[in-house]
Design a protein around this ligand. Sequence first.
Ligand code: XMP
Length: 333
Amino acid sequence: NWSMPNFIDKEIARIRKLVGDKAQVLGAVSGGVDSTVAAQLMKTAIGDRFHAVLINNGVMRLDECTQVQQTLQQHLGINLTIVDGSELFLGRLKGVTEPERKRKIIGETFIDLFEEEAKRIEKEAENTPNAGKVEWFLQGTLYPDVIESLSFKGPSATIKTHHNVGGLPARMMNGQGLKLIEPLRELFKDEVRDLGRQLGIHDDLVMRHPFPGPGIAIRIIGEVTPERVEIARKADHIYISMIKEAGIYNEMSQAYAGLDTSKAVGVMGDNRVYGYIIILRAVTTTDFMTAEPYDFDHSLLKRIATRIVNEVHGVSRVTYDITSKPPGTIELE
Ligand code: XMP
């Protein structure tokens, strides 16, 4: 007899039994609905023995760290540490253009920083009532992530390594003996949203579009540089704000502004300028395995393009991606 309140009670009981009354749990949070819901369940189950960690990988959206901090720490009272890894990530991404290399570098750098955090937390907890080993690692994996990873595991068919299922835990498990805890692994997205509402998470966050672990890095075609991240970030902020103001955010499953690293000519005053090409993407989908381009109102799209070219220095063109998935994907890489 499945119902949401039932699920919450059962899951909390299961977590308590699994973790026991000494062990500590480390959890990666991103500000997205899945990791926030997982973190809130964990906090309800074991309180301050749960440590949420947000790693700033240098390719997050504008003001994202501050927003996540406000929601998780101030609003939900979750025990949160923010680790600024932006220079480390961007340094390791320098010169890298191959999409799967980008994913791998980002995944591995995440693990390096989580391993450091696990050690720091254990050390800090020594001689306190919370003293205990970090034995568990929390992930907000959903049912479709599990399925997609399994189906892509053939030797020649690794289409994408979703690092929140694939590479990330594997090395941590080996190196640290950490065990994986995934309270959402039997749920679909709409169920997680329901769960989030029941747990008191505000609707803005519950309805947030998914954001990939490798962030803006897979929305920049080619090499990721701090300048390009900044441009993509500003364009994305304008795009998403205008979508929200128009009241159509919830009609889309995912939307973002990406950047093509080749340059196109434009005119500014009397001069020819070369600037980056911004690619706007908005899709509707139920399962993220197939998707349709969002049927955008043309005049709104034109207003968005004008604002981006006028306000984001270094951009000369704005395009709208009208490719379905398949054959396209939702992200650019
Ligand atoms: P694609 O681009 O494959 O994306 O059509 C489908 C969904 O998966 C997300 N995505 C990722 N999420 N790490 C993640 O955590 C990744 O490497 C990754 N690649 C794609 C994408 O945002 C979309 O929701």
